[in-house]
Ligand binder design. Structure first.
Ligand code: BGC
Length: 763
């Protein structure tokens, strides 16, 4: 076999699926997605089938769902409210093989082998299919696909076909299928298609080149038309026929955005280097990513593989070159959540990029800067000031949360998150500060970050309203726990709001002192003055937080402690969400929590609470949480690990890893749960390694699981790259790049000179 089709030898880099079961297909396709932050291609079979339905389930259900997503290619349907969604590009991998006129099908003859491998190391998907057709002819099909990490516009498909007979008529058809699905054709030429969205004013261009070789000799296509090619030949037993196809895609953000030209140029520069050059550049780009982001776990291969799976998808989700897009709740791996961006990005994903890929973190935060207009408009529309970010955001920053959905019992449910789930504004500010502290990127702070923090603080100051008790209240919100709606004084929301306001005040003082000219310009443009700052200070100081003097327990929201207590242990092993089992109304009246809420606060602001408060709240809230969101367990894992309850943290770590890798509830069909994957990474780094980015030096307080003999990873910190290795009795840090840097280990500072390694004993 050609080397390029062979997977990386170490099985810990490989995700593998044997056989073919249409009922499981959709989740597999999500897991096996190849992506580069611009293009995402689900791991559907390329040969002989397009979208496939499974009609023997209760309703017609898509089994195979071949999809190529283009980041930021949103369109808005003609509905009220208009909820934009990512529209798919053409399936550029489609292949049909005919032997003596009969298409090669999985279900005809005998399926002798069918295997898919995701080579996470190289960022490629490999397939092998061995079929004996109904006439007894053995056919082998091997493929490789990638979307280039070195040149994001480009995808490559290699297919190798072999038959065991001479003199059969073979025909291979390669096409771009479903092009224009939901799009309006502008131009369709033999080698180029350009489409436009119906309403959002975007264009999509796709072009491709394909060639077929027999024994190194190129065979001319018998048909070549509109991104379709067909070749006919006579088989020779054992002869390997090679199809090589390149596709290039571009998105234009204005109707005349030159998308066709960009796609053509991308194709040409990649044709010029040939498919071997494309593979080499792509593999080199992945090697760089892995060098920055790989984790070594010694003593727990399952954990290592799960972390690599998470890191693989995280690396494939971001694009540092595009500040106009962010990462949807299922990244570019499936249709669920329509490509919309939630707090998932800032709270669950951005930390990974800050530590391993600061340029990607910056681009994600710049997306929030470019969508500040939408956030300001939302605040004004709802009667407040400053910036209230969309709970669900697409390309413009407008609120895009659907107002109604069909619930699990078939009833229509009103969705209030678009109006009430406002903590997103503080979450964005939190990520801005975390990025700036860890990167030292003052340019970003001055250009964009400060404005986000100030405008979100301004929102919160206007949002908290002073009442008769002399305190400010934030009424009518939804916290991270979405089981409880229209609640008052959610502790997560209010404490994050308070943090947001105080941080903005500190930042204003810093800017005024360090960059007076820039501050004068910014304060002037935003109309900020000392009187407003005084009112912010008063707002932060008087905001109700759910904390009472002398009481450790924080009330999740006003009245929470009076709600019905439900013993979740009685529901162990359930397969449905708690709000389905109890009914929505009873759930609302109970203390059953959908996901980490007060616990999320403990995770994000650990310095704001003493050890006793953290313990009391974790003990209280953890048993009340149903973990009915994939975002929940990792927050619990991080907090448990930091508190030293490593066994519990490891249980939550494994349960988080299982969400997509075991996919028991088939929830991965709509795409991988990228926030859970980010949370898995955080459990290892912020939990077990105990990394903190909150101070003036990276700090570590490790709590390794018992079986882990070693945990190794890299950290980017203010222009340095530090390689860290934690063993049960020591932490070793090497400064691989940048100037001397201090690190804190269990509160004690140690300097690391350039190129040197320090070993610090862990008592
Ligand atoms: C969760 C939210 C999350 C969203 C998208 C919801 O089920 O409750 O916290 O942002 O899914 O992942």
């Amino acid at each position: 076999m050609e080397r390029v089709l062979e997977p990386t030898a170490d099985p810990l880099w490989i995700l593998e699926e044997q056989g073919h079961n249409p009922l499981r297909e959709s989740g597999i396709e999500s897991r096996f997605t190849i992506a580069n932050g611009f293009l995402g291609v689900r791991g559907a079979r390329a040969v002989s089938r397009g979208p496939t339905w499974v009609s023997w389930l209760h309703t017609l259900t898509w089994s195979s769902w071949p999809r190529t997503y283009v980041a930021g290619l949103f369109d808005t349907p003609d509905t009220d409210p208009p909820v934009p969604a990512l529209v798919p590009a053409a399936d550029w991998l489609r292949v049909r093989i005919l032997v003596n006129g009969a298409p090669l099908l999985l279900r005809e003859g005998h399926l002798l082998a069918h295997e898919r491998k995701l080579d996470m190391n190289r960022g490629v998907m490999l397939t092998e299919w061995h079929q004996r057709n109904s006439r007894g002819v053995d056919v082998w099909v091997r493929t490789l696909r990638l979307v280039s990490l070195a040149d994001r516009a480009v995808g490559l498909q290699l297919l190798r076909l072999e038959l065991d007979r001479d003199n059969l008529d073979v025909r291979l058809e390669a096409s771009f299928e479903g092009a224009g699905l939901g799009l309006d054709p502008v131009l369709v030429e033999p080698d180029l298609g350009i489409w436009r969205t119906w309403q959002s004013g975007k264009t999509l261009a796709m072009t491709g080149a394909a060639s077929l070789h027999l024994d190194g000799r190129e065979v001319m296509p018998s048909l070549r038309d509109h991104l379709r090619w067909s070749w006919n030949w006579q088989s020779v037993a054992g002869q390997v026929v090679a199809l090589d196809r390149l596709a290039a895609v571009s998105r234009g953000d204005s109707p005349d955005g030159g998308a066709g030209r960009m796609a053509r140029e991308a194709l040409e520069r990649n044709r010029a280097i040939g498919w071997r050059g494309v593979v080499a550049a792509h593999e080199a780009a992945w090697a760089t990513r892995w060098e920055c982001s790989d984790i070594m776990v010694e003593g727990d291969d399952a954990a290592l593989r799960a972390l690599r799976f998470a890191i693989y998808h995280l690396n494939g989700s971001a694009n540092p070159a595009d500040e106009r897009v962010s990462i949807g709740a299922r990244a570019l791996t499936g249709d669920s959540y329509l490509g919309h961006v939630f707090w998932d990005t800032e709270i669950y994903l951005v930390p990974f990029y800050i530590v391993t890929w600061p340029e990607a973190a910056r681009a994600l935060l710049m997306y929030r800067y470019h969508t500040l207009g939408g956030a300001r408009a939302k605040a004004v529309r709802m009667g407040w000031r400053g910036a209230l970010y969309a709970w669900e955001s697409a390309d413009t920053g407008e609120e895009t949360t659907p107002e109604e959905i069909i619930g699990p019992d078939g009833q229509i449910i009103r969705v209030l998150c678009g109006r009430e789930e406002q903590h997103i504004s503080a979450d964005v500010a939190y990520a801005v500060m975390q990025y700036w502290r860890a990167s030292g990127d003052d340019g970003f702070l001055l250009e964009a970050g400060a404005e986000i923090v100030l405008e979100t603080a301004r929102f919160w100051a206007s949002r908290g309203v002073k009442e008769a008790d002399g305190r400010r209240h934030i009424r009518g919100v939804i916290g991270p726990d979405e089981f409880h709606e229209t609640i008052d004084d959610n502790a997560y929301t209010n404490i994050m709001a308070q943090w947001n306001i105080r941080t903005a005040l500190d930042l204003a003082a810093l800017l005024r002192e360090r960059w007076p000219a820039r501050w004068a310009e910014l304060a002037g443009r935003l109309g900020l003055d000392d009187a407003e700052f005084a009112s912010w200070r008063e707002a932060a100081d008087t905001l109700v937080t759910g904390q009472l003097p002398g009481v450790d327990l924080i009330e999740q929201f006003a009245g929470f402690f009076q709600l019905e207590e439900v013993d979740l242990a009685q529901y162990a092993g359930r397969t449905a969400a708690m709000d389905v089992l109890l009914g929505r109304e009873r759930t609302k009246r109970s203390q059953v929590i959908k996901q980490a809420d007060v616990v999320a606060l403990l995770a994000l602001l650990p310095d704001a609470f003493d050890a006793r408060t953290k313990l009391a709240n974790f003990r209280y809230y953890e048993p009340r949480c149903g973990h009915d969101s994939s975002l929940s367990r990792s927050m619990h894992a991080v907090v448990a690990a930091r508190m030293g309850d490593v066994d519990m943290a490891l249980r939550y770590f494994r349960a988080t890893a299982a969400i997509d890798l075991e996919d028991k509830a088939a929830g991965s069909a709509g795409g991988v749960h990228i926030a859970a994957l980010g949370g898995l990474w955080q459990t290892a780094i912020f939990g077990f390694a105990g990394l903190s980015l909150r101070g003036e030096a990276p700090a570590f307080d490790p709590h390794l699981p018992r079986d882990w003999q070693g945990l190794g990873f890299g950290v980017h910190w203010r222009g340095r790259r530090i390689r860290v290795r934690i063993e049960p009795d020591a932490l070793t840090a090497t400064l691989e790049a940048g100037e001397q840097v201090p690190i804190l280990v269990r509160g004690v500072a140690h300097e690391i000179p350039p190129g040197e390694t320090v070993r610090i004993a862990l008592g």
